[in-house]
Design a binder for this molecule. Sequence first.
Ligand code: HEM
Length: 411
Amino acid sequence: EVRAHPAFFCEGEQLDPQEFFALFAAERRPDPYPHYRRWRERFPVAELAERMFAVSGFAEATQVLRDPAFGHPEPEYLDPADRLPDQPVDESGRVVRAFLSLNPPDHTRLRRLVAKAFTPRMVEQLTPRIEEITASLIDGVRGEFDLMTSLAKPLPVEVIAELLGVPLDDRERFAEWSHALARALDPPFLQRPETVEPAVRARQSFVGYFRELADRRRREPGDDLLSALVAVSDAGDVLSEGELLVTLTLLLIAGHETTTNLIGNGVLALLRHPDGLRPAAEAPDRVVEEVLRHDSPVQLTARTALRDTVLGEVAVPAGSQAIVLIGAANRDPSAGPDPESFDPSRAPGRHLAFGQGIHFCLGAPLARLEGRIVFRELARRLPELRAAGDPKWTATTTLRGLATLPVASGR
Ligand code: HEM
């Protein structure tokens, strides 16, 4: 049974948890933000059900992401009969999880190991290659085209495949698995059942594929992230086979569709802005930050209270789930002035698009680099670009992005 928290009878108004779930209804997808705003103004922290909270205020969302009282539940033990083929488990039979969903000290150890291989220098070195891929994708378009199919989808998957050292011939399969995994990212209350089975299959194919590729790189190291991860060590510590495989899956999921959505959401916002692509030529870094803030590619994340704690002014018992509404928190006026308007010339302010605290996005430098290059190159190479029809949004909520964005190239 769902009950409202006594703290949330605001001037006689009672929280209706169904109203929360309606925030994510399909018909609101083109613009959920007015609904987010009305919700956030009334319930910056809302108890939706026993031990289930929704957090949309900027200060409260930041607290959940930074406060060690919130974290992730311990990895579960899996009976061998319940394991999927190829599913990595540790010696005591616990599921091996990627560091995105681990607490210290395991998170600290694994993130440090991966960060030693995935360095800002390695990202910086990708610049010419990202420029080359972007230029060739843009130069390939004529007349009217779908920006998602021609640019926003292929670019990040090409970049991450290049970074990891996935051979060219395998990239199509690789893109397919990645897409299936990204489609199934929604939390249980929003998950579409038809996405589960393909994601499970994709995860298996992916793990099997990377097991083989990692073996090859162990024998013949290349100049790529996979070879670096295979070889990385820190004070004698190395990634186990299972840790390596779940880390690779994490990098793929975290780095692919998120960046696709940064590009799609960004181009849509620019085309709807009176200055069009001009700001992208002048200050592409500002455009990237404003898109991240104004229409976050990642809209939701979640934490569990690891002990009894207080969030804002609300008591949160141990074991409670806190769903963080990143997209709503980013438009809280307490984070910066005039939050509802898309202003690509504004000086970058505070936002939670890459998270906060110990789980702050490890790929942020890469995502920012890709965003800067794409927006700049579009403004340079297709200055006449304009909308050519209504965009369609994807059916996922955690990842907010476009399925199609019809545009006219102007050439
Ligand atoms: C974590 C967003 C691109 C790798 C995160 C988190 C967010 C995020 C919100 C924190 C999740 C949480 O605290 O629950 C984004 C956005 C991107 C992007 C909006 C693009 C615009 C990338 C890329 C990569 C990447 C390109 C790597 C290739 C990671 C990893 C983590 C992470 C490894 C986990 C960090 C940790 O747990 O310590 N990202 N990300 N991300 N992201 Fe990204």
